[in-house]
Design a protein around this ligand. Structure first.
Ligand SMILES: NC(=O)C1=CN([C@@H]2O[C@H](COP(=O)(O)OP(=O)(O)OC[C@H]3O[C@@H](n4cnc5c(N)ncnc54)[C@H](OP(=O)(O)O)[C@@H]3O)[C@@H](O)[C@H]2O)C=CC1
Ligand SMILES: N[C@@H](CC=O)C(=O)O
Length: 409
C-alpha cells in the first residue's frame, strides 16, 4: 500500500482525494499497489468532514511519517507551497503539483533538487489542467526538436470569450460563472484575465522545449480586459474568433520569441474552434510535424486526474522520469523578449474617422464603424510599425483602443 499526503484541500486537492477513491482499483493496477491518502494539510477547519481524521495543520506530521512516499501540492502560489515542496523533496519524498506559478518561477531549481535527492518532481496538471501535454511532450515527442508552440492554455478566459461570443454575456458575468465553476484562480482571478496564468504556462512549455529556464517576467503578457462585444462581432465579420494565445518560437540564432496576447484567429485555424473551458496546444516537432493536444484545461476532476497520473508515475518510475523531464537553470534576462515577426493586425480606433485609416495605418480594410469607433484590418506590419501607427493616431486626436495580431492559418 502506497501512502500519500495532500497539501491544500481546495478545488484540485479535494479532487485528488475523490479520484483516488473513485478509481482506486485501476489506480492500484497501474501503480502496482493500492494508493491511500494518509494526510491532508490545510489551513481551513475540516473538523465536520467525514475525513476529519486525515487533516493536519502541520507539515511536520507528514515529514515525520516514513510511510508517506509522495506528496501532492495543491495549495497554489509560492509563499507556502515553495518552501513546503523544497522540504518534501529534501526529505526524500516525490512531489506532484498543479501549481504553475511555482513551477514557472522555481522549476529548474526544484527539478535539480528532486534529482539530487533521487525523487520525482512532477507537474502535468500545471499546463492544460487535465489535458496531457507535459508528459507527451517529454516522452512521446522526445525524439523531436520542438521549434514552435501555440496554444489556448487558460480555461477561464476561453470560457469567458465563448460566453461573450455565443450569449452576448458581459465580461463580469462570464467571469463570475467561471469562478463558480472552479476554473478561475481563487487567490486572484486577475491572473486569468490579465494573462499571467497563461504566461506561467507558456514559460513552463518554453523551458521544456528549449532546455533552460524561461522566466515569466521576460514574457510580454496581455490579457482580455480590453476585448469588447464590438471586437467579437468584428472578428466574426473577418471569419475569425478572438482567443487568448500563448506562443513560443525558437527563432534563429537563439533569438527566441515568446508571448501571451489575445489574437485574431481565422476560423481555418483549429484553435478558433476551441471553446468553453477547453485548452488546445499546437506544437511543431521537426520529425512529427504538427501535433495538437486538446482537452479540459481547468476544473476539479479533470485537473485532479492529471495530478493522480503523476502520483502513479512517481510511484512507478521515481527519479528516472527526470531523464527526459528536465531543464537547466538560466540567468534572468533584462526586459521583455522582443517579437520580430510581421503580421496582419486588427485595430480598433476611437476618435478618428474610418476613411482616414488607410492613409494612417497603411493597406488594409475597414471592418466596421459604430459609436465613434472604427475597426480596421491591417494587411501587414511589425510590432514597431504598430507603435508608429499608434503615435500617428494620437497626433490626429484619436486613440488606438485595441490591437490584435492575426494568427496565421
Ligand atoms: N482550479 C483549477 O481548475 C486548477 C488549478 N490549478 C492550480 O492548482 C493549485 C490549487 O488550485 P485550487 O485547488 O483551485 O485552489 P484552492 O484555493 O481551491 O485550494 C487551495 C487550498 O489550499 C489552502 N491553503 C492555503 N494556504 C495554505 C497553507 N499554507 N497550508 C495548507 N493549505 C493552504 C486553501 O485554504 P484558503 O482557501 O483558506 O486559502 C485552500 O483550501 C493552484 O496553483 C492553481 O493554479 C491548476 C490547474 C487547474
Ligand atoms: N485558472 C486556470 C486553472 C487551470 O490552470 C485556468 O482557467 O486555466
Amino acid at each position: 500500500m502506497a501512502k500519500i499526503a495532500i497539501m491544500g484541500f481546495g478545488t484540485v486537492g479535494s479532487g485528488v482525494l475523490e479520484v483516488c477513491r473513485r478509481n482506486a482499483a485501476s489506480i492500484a493496477r497501474r501503480a502496482g499497489e493500492p494508493v491511500e491518502v494518509k494526510y491532508i494539510l490545510d489551513v481551513r477547519d475540516f473538523s465536520d468532514s467525514p475525513d476529519a481524521a486525515l487533516f493536519t495543520k502541520s507539515l511536520d506530521t507528514i515529514l515525520a511519517d516514513p510511510e508517506v512516499k509522495v506528496v501532492v501540492e495543491t495549495i497554489g502560489g509560492t509563499k507556502f507551497a515553495y518552501p513546503y515542496v523544497r522540504q518534501c523533496l529534501e526529505s526524500g519524498r516525490s512531489v506532484c503539483t498543479s501549481n504553475k506559478e511555482m513551477v514557472a518561477t522555481y522549476g529548474a531549481e526544484l527539478l535539480a533538487l528532486a534529482r539530487e535527492h533521487g525523487v520525482a518532481f512532477l507537474f502535468e496538471a500545471s499546463v492544460g489542467g487535465g489535458t496531457p501535454i507535459i508528459t507527451p511532450m517529454h516522452q512521446c515527442l522526445a525524439a523531436n526538436h520542438i521549434s514552435r508552440i501555440q496554444g489556448i492554455v487558460n480555461g477561464t478566459t476561453n470560457f469567458m470569450l465563448t460566453k461573450m461570443k455565443r450569449e452576448n454575456m458581459s465580461f463580469e458575468e462570464a467571469l463570475k460563472i467561471a469562478q463558480q465553476l472552479g476554473y478561475a484562480e481563487t487567490k486572484d482571478p486577475g491572473d486569468d484575465v490579465d494573462g499571467r496564468d497563461a504566461c506561467r504556462k507558456i514559460a513552463i512549455l518554453a523551458s521544456l522545449a528549449c532546455g533552460h529556464h524561461v522566466y515569466p517576467d521576460n514574457i510580454s503578457t496581455r490579457g482580455i480586459r480590453d476585448i469588447t462585444v464590438t471586437d467579437v462581432k468584428a472578428a466574426e465579420k473577418l471569419d475569425s474568433a478572438i482567443k487568448l494565445i500563448a506562443w513560443y518560437d525558437e527563432g534563429t540564432d537563439s533569438q527566441m520569441a515568446v508571448g501571451v496576447e489575445p489574437m485574431l484567429v481565422p476560423n481555418s485555424n483549429q484553435l478558433a474552434g476551441v471553446d468553453d473551458v477547453f485548452n488546445a496546444v499546437l506544437m511543431q516537432g521537426d520529425m512529427l510535424g504538427d501535433v495538437v493536444f486538446y482537452g479540459k484545461g481547468a476544473g476539479k476532476l479533470p485537473t485532479a486526474s492529471a495530478v493522480v497520473a503523476d502520483v502513479i508515475d512517481a510511484l512507478k518510475d521515481g527519479v528516472k522520469v527526470h531523464d527526459s523531464l528536465f531543464w537547466k537553470p538560466a540567468p534572468k534576462r533584462e526586459g521583455l523578449v522582443k517579437d520580430p515577426g510581421t503580421y496582419a493586425w486588427y485595430i480598433r480606433v476611437r476618435g478618428v474617422a474610418a476613411a482616414l485609416l488607410p492613409n494612417v495605418a497603411g493597406p488594409g480594410h475597414v471592418v466596421l464603424e459604430e459609436n465613434g469607433e472604427a475597426a480596421y484590418r491591417i494587411d501587414a506590419a511589425t510590432v514597431d510599425q504598430i507603435e508608429e501607427i499608434r503615435g500617428k493616431i494620437r497626433v490626429l486626436g484619436g486613440e488606438v483602443a485595441l490591437v490584435l495580431k492575426q494568427l496565421a492559418d
